[in-house]
Design a protein around this ligand. Structure first.
Ligand SMILES: *[C@@H]1O[C@H](CO)[C@@H](O)[C@H](O)[C@H]1NC(C)=O
Ligand SMILES: *[C@@H]1O[C@H](CO)[C@@H](O)[C@H](O)[C@H]1NC(C)=O
Ligand SMILES: *[C@@H]1O[C@H](CO)[C@@H](O)[C@H](O)[C@H]1NC(C)=O
Ligand SMILES: *[C@@H]1O[C@H](CO)[C@@H](O)[C@H](O)[C@H]1NC(C)=O
Ligand SMILES: *[C@@H]1O[C@H](CO)[C@@H](O)[C@H](O)[C@H]1NC(C)=O
Ligand SMILES: *[C@@H]1O[C@H](CO)[C@@H](O)[C@H](O)[C@H]1NC(C)=O
Ligand SMILES: *[C@@H]1O[C@H](CO)[C@@H](O)[C@H](O)[C@H]1NC(C)=O
Ligand SMILES: *[C@@H]1O[C@H](CO)[C@@H](O)[C@H](O)[C@H]1NC(C)=O
Length: 491
């Protein structure tokens, strides 16, 4: 029968002598078993059909068995069985009670089947279990209790409505759980408290808005989420508020496409925040209060965002990447969006990448220059750039690569921003020589007029010379006297 062949395959694949010895013992045991017991064993591992040569090229997707591969390249050097049962039309009646997985099974993919209940699986070595895109409606208590090595569990794309307190019992090594694209409207208290090693939690696309509205306490305290959690994904959850204040380990929060009104309860050491698609009209001052470690802020496709007000991005000293791509109505970035302290050189900014692709930004105020000191990439493609004298400062920044195409003035239309020389960034007054000539003529005219004016004024106030004609007689003191040189001393 097929069971000895499984062992044989494992034997061939096994590297270590100890393992080989252990497997050999088991081989002896199983061959020693009577035939009916062997039958039981075979029916237990009915996911795989190990009688066929492994990785048989004639292995068809449509047959009754899953695709089972043995890999010997695992990090431990031990053989690993990977079972792929995707799109096998498996239904609930496929399982008879507990399913004992073949020995050394590490990966099991049951996605895109017709399961409505979570199968009861048992396997000491299973690390990755995928149940995505079935029609599972509930996660019974302790249903994963015999999968103690499980690290990743994918339950996305099902119809789960409620997550119970004991649903994840026994998953002490679980690092990632994906519950996205379900209908979860309620999560019981401490539902995640068994998942002590949880690193990433995906709850996106569930209707949790009303639930988190009702529960006032924060997500961590209420759901028993461990502080080890580093990544939280809750996009499209209809959230109007969320309290994550106790998440001292949280590094990445993906909260996009929610009707969020405020974001005041975020943990301080967050380094990556995505609030794309949030219907905010104007980013107010201190929108993100003091996220001192925030490095990446993603605000893509904000439907009605028009302005970033002054101080909107104040208090984010580590911010290196700001992405506003596709926020089509964004037309104004205030000169003091990073606060005046940056302008006054009181704090250093670390902004390195600024993505304004597909926004409605025409120009950027030169007061922003100190905040752009470390900027290396400015992507402003698709924005209606006005490449006039007001943008010249941007072209003159030494280490900045600016991607964008000028829309105005007409002389520079369709030209690449980076290809235009700084002196070509001109305002209308400087643009045409006729204006210059006109200005020069005007200036000369003015000078002439002023000179004439001054001349006339001076003439008007100068005292008129009084001409007094007197007769000068011979004995008048004004009469000419001739002094002889030799009579000088007598005088
Ligand atoms: C786990 O396995 C034990 C036997 O090994 C069995 O009694 C128990 O019901 C199993 N639990 C689940 C949830 O499969
Ligand atoms: C959200 O989940 C539903 C299933 O519950 C799915 O049909 C839909 O495509 C998902 N939406 C997105 C944007 O992923
Ligand atoms: C949450 O409460 C606010 C007001 O307190 C309300 O405007 C909002 O619609 C509620 N959100 C949900 C999803 O119930
Ligand atoms: C989101 O919440 C609002 C209440 O604030 C509710 O009217 C709406 O139906 C909810 N949307 C979804 C998809 O659950
Ligand atoms: C935002 O811009 C789009 C065009 O990109 C426009 O259709 C929409 O009406 C604008 N939104 C508002 C609130 O004006
Ligand atoms: C800002 O301050 C630093 C020292 O803290 C100095 O090296 C730098 O030149 C200053 N920059 C400007 C634009 O004043
Ligand atoms: C740039 O911003 C400063 C400070 O707000 C303002 O005084 C100045 O007029 C702005 N310049 C332009 C060209 O808008
Ligand atoms: C630009 O980059 C060069 C080399 O990468 C560096 O030496 C220089 O200091 C930078 N200039 C500025 C203004 O940051």
């Amino acid at each position: 029968m097929s069971w000895p062949k499984v062992v044989l395959v494992l034997l061939v694949a096994a590297g270590g002598g100890a393992v080989r010895a252990q497997e050999a013992d088991e081989a002896v045991e199983s061959t020693a078993l009577p035939d009916d017991v062997t039958d039981v064993l075979v029916s237990v591992s009915h996911l795989c059909h190990f009688e066929k040569p492994l990785q048989d090229p004639t292995d068809l997707d449509g047959d009754q068995y899953c695709d089972c591969d043995v890999h010997s390249s695992g990090p431990s050097g031990l053989p690993e069985v990977h079972i792929d049962c995707r799109r096998h039309q498996l239904r609930d009646d496929f399982w008879q009670g507990y399913e004992q997985l073949p020995q050394s099974t590490v990966r099991l993919d049951l996605a895109y089947n017709a399961l409505t209940a979570v199968p009861r699986l048992s396997g000491e070595t299973l690390q990755y279990l995928r149940l995505a895109h079935n029609q599972i409606t509930a996660v019974p208590d302790k249903v994963f209790a015999n999968l103690s090595s499980l690290q990743e569990l994918d339950l996305s794309g099902n119809r789960i409505e409620l997550l119970g307190t004991d649903a994840l019992a026994g998953l002490g090594k679980l690092k990632l759980i994906d519950l996205s694209d379900n209908r979860i409207a309620s999560i019981e208290v401490n539902a995640f408290s068994n998942a002590l090693a949880l690193h990433r939690l995906v709850l996106s696309n569930n209707s949790l808005g009303a639930f988190f509205n009702r529960t006032e306490s924060d997500l961590y305290l209420r759901l028993g989420v461990t502080n080890r959690l580093a990544v939280l994904e809750m996009q499209r959850c209809n959230l109007s508020d969320i309290n994550l204040a106790s998440g001292v380990g949280l590094e990445r929060a993906l909260l996009g496409h929610n009707p969020l009104q405020q974001l005041s309860n975020l943990p301080k050491q967050l380094s990556h925040l995505d609030v794309s698609g949030t219907p905010i009209r104007s980013l107010p001052a201190r929108f993100l209060p003091h996220l001192l470690h925030l490095e990446t802020l993603i605000m893509q496709d904000m439907p009605i965002l028009y302005t970033l007000e002054q101080y909107a991005l104040y208090g984010l000293p580590r911010l290196a990447m700001l992405n506003l791509q596709g926020s089509r109505n964004l037309s104004t970035i205030h000169a003091h969006v990073f606060g005046q302290n940056v302008v006054r050189n009181e704090t250093d900014t670390e902004l390195k990448r600024l993505i304004l692709k597909g926004t409605n930004i025409r120009t950027l105020n030169s007061t922003l220059q100190p905040a752009f000191e470390n900027l290396r990439l400015l992507d402003i493609r698709g924005a209606p750039l006005r490449c006039d004298c007001e943008l010249r400062w941007l072209r003159e920044l030494p280490n900045l690569t600016t991607l964008g195409i000028c829309v105005r003035p007409s002389a520079l239309r369709e030209q690449r921003f980076g290809m235009i020389e700084p002196h070509q960034f001109q305002c209308r007054a400087e643009q045409f020589w006729i204006y210059t000539v006109f200005n020069v003529v005007l200036a000369i005219l003015l000078i002439v007029l002023i000179s004439v004016g001054i001349f006339l004024i001076v003439r008007a106030i100068r005292p008129k010379p009084h001409v007094q004609l007197r007769m000068v007689g011979a004995n008048s003191p004004y009469a000419r006297v001739t002094i002889e040189p030799n009579r000088a001393e007598v005088l």
